[in-house]
Design a protein around this ligand. Structure first.
Ligand code: NAD
Length: 418
């Protein structure tokens, strides 16, 4: 896997989607390249007085449909290729969600767990100072991703205000309520995944109640998604995070795990439960369950793990958890994949709702927010399904086809090809 390049992986699917749509190279070549890539160096004085320089990235993949939009992650493995792929997936996702945004993503190469809160704040502010010229409510709007949260977004909004001289909460989404955040945003990605699984069950004449599930990743996406799905009667027998993998054949106590993780910095380290055992991490992939819910990182279902999978359905909460090879393997085996760009779109649709509220200054109730989220999630699913059935392709290919059609149409209508 050493040479795995997620951007190449994305391009292969995009090219396949173009081929099925009958597009020629000229029709979509521009979508194969990011519009703008920025690499920055962020010098930080650490608490003990020594200076460290961190590398940061912001990639704006495409802005044909509107301002660039996408999260920021803090991770030791973050690099140009990862951020580029994540930015492109945002273009695809925002088009499927049919929200008025293009795609972007950002990252800082850092292990945030090794930094104090003060160091983390300095790093977030330093990053904003470097990317300030290219962000703004109508230019590029960041949001949380792996290892970033509402607090980091609040620092970003504050640093942006200090530099621009005015408070514009719509410059970043996923903020805490006190700084212009929205009710419902924190749960939006997980809730969107619930709506996706619910719709899949309806289309396949299945009941959620009684399904079994294994979950990789128990952070924002995994813990909320697992909790909401579990509350609909799904038995979650296996949960893994970076600290280990927990198994209980009678169903794990997801409510307790959720409370534990959220009171331990989104970590399951040290979690115990009567009847639950710790099993090897690889055993998660081979669980004999109905649904394998991927909610950690990209590239997890790959040539090493794909043959282990016994689940009938893969629900992608993470971005890019399935490599191209694994996708082909699953298609052959009849394992259906509900792809990231369709299933986890709730996060960015929820961010869009927050941005709309910031810009109008009128704030919705949580019920209003969740109801609108449900409508958007279902519409995206129906639009993808219509292409899937028309062209007899996988959900992923249909999703890329839908997005490509929408981006190309916007680009052609604007006529901004050189
Ligand atoms: P998070 O940092 O809150 O959680 C990540 C989780 O993955 C943690 O539980 C961590 O322990 C676990 N993890 C990391 N590496 C692992 C490994 N090798 N094996 C097992 N577990 C591992 O991040 P998040 O916001 O929940 O994001 C998770 C995924 O969902 C990412 O791919 C992200 O891009 C994607 N995503 C996030 C959002 C959002 O709104 N937060 C929206 C759409 C997509």
């Amino acid at each position: 896997m050493a040479n795995y390049n997620p951007y190449e992986n994305m391009l292969h699917v995009l090219d396949k989607a173009a081929e099925v749509l009958g597009y020629k190279k000229n029709d979509y070549e521009f979508v194969r390249y990011p519009e703008r890539e920025l690499t920055v160096s962020i010098p930080i004085t650490m608490d003990d007085g020594h200076v460290e320089v961190f590398s940061g990235y912001r990639v704006q993949h495409n802005t044909a449909r509107g301002a660039a939009k996408g999260g920021i992650r803090f991770h030791p493995a973050s690099d140009e290729n990862e951020v580029k792929a994540l930015a492109a997936w945002m273009t695809i996702k925002n088009a499927i969600g049919n929200i008025p945004y293009g795609g972007a993503k950002g990252g800082i190469k850092v292990d945030p767990h090794k930094l104090s809160q003060r160091e983390l704040q300095r790093l977030a502010r330093g990053y904003v100072r470097k990317i300030f010229p290219i962000i703004g409510p109508d230019k590029d709007v960041p949001a949380p991703d792996v290892n970033t949260n509402g607090q980091v977004m609040a620092w970003i909004a504050d640093e942006y205000a200090a530099l621009s001289g005015k408070w514009e909460p719509g410059v970043v989404t996923g903020k805490p309520l006190a700084t212009g955040g929205s009710l419902g945003r924190n749960e939006a990605t997980g809730r969107g995944l619930l709506f996706t699984l619910e719709t899949w069950c309806e289309k396949n004449h299945k009941k959620m109640d009684g399904l079994t599930m294994a979950v990789q990743g128990f952070g924002n996406v995994g813990s909320v998604g697992a909790l909401l799905i579990h509350r609909q009667g799904v038995k979650v027998v296996c949960v893994g995070d970076i600290n280990g993998t927990w198994y209980n054949p009678n169903g794990l106590d997801i409510e307790a795990m959720y409370v534990y993780a959220n009171s331990h910095g989104r970590s399951l380290k040290g979690y115990t439960e009567a009847g639950a055992t710790i099993i090897p991490d690889m055993a998660l992939f081979s669980q004999d369950v109905d649904v394998l819910f991927m909610a950690a990182m990209e590239n997890q279902l790959n040539e090493k793990t794909m043959e282990l999978v016994k689940a009938k359905l893969v629900l992608e909460g993470a971005n890019g958890p399935t490599t191209e090879e694994a996708d082909i393997c699953f298609e052959k085996k009849g394992i259906e994949v509900l792809p990231d760009v369709m299933s986890n779109v709730g996060g960015v649709v929820g961010s869009y709702f927050e941005w709309v509220q910031n810009r109008t200054g009128y704030y919705w109730t949580e019920d209003e927010y969740n109801e609108r989220l449900k409508i958007k999630m279902r519409q995206g699913y129906e639009d993808v399904l219509a292409l899937k059935e028309k062209y007899k392709v996988t959900y992923r290919l249909a999703a890329y086809m839908l997005a490509l059609q929408r981006v190309v149409e916007a680009q052609n209508t604007r006529g901004f090809l050189g």
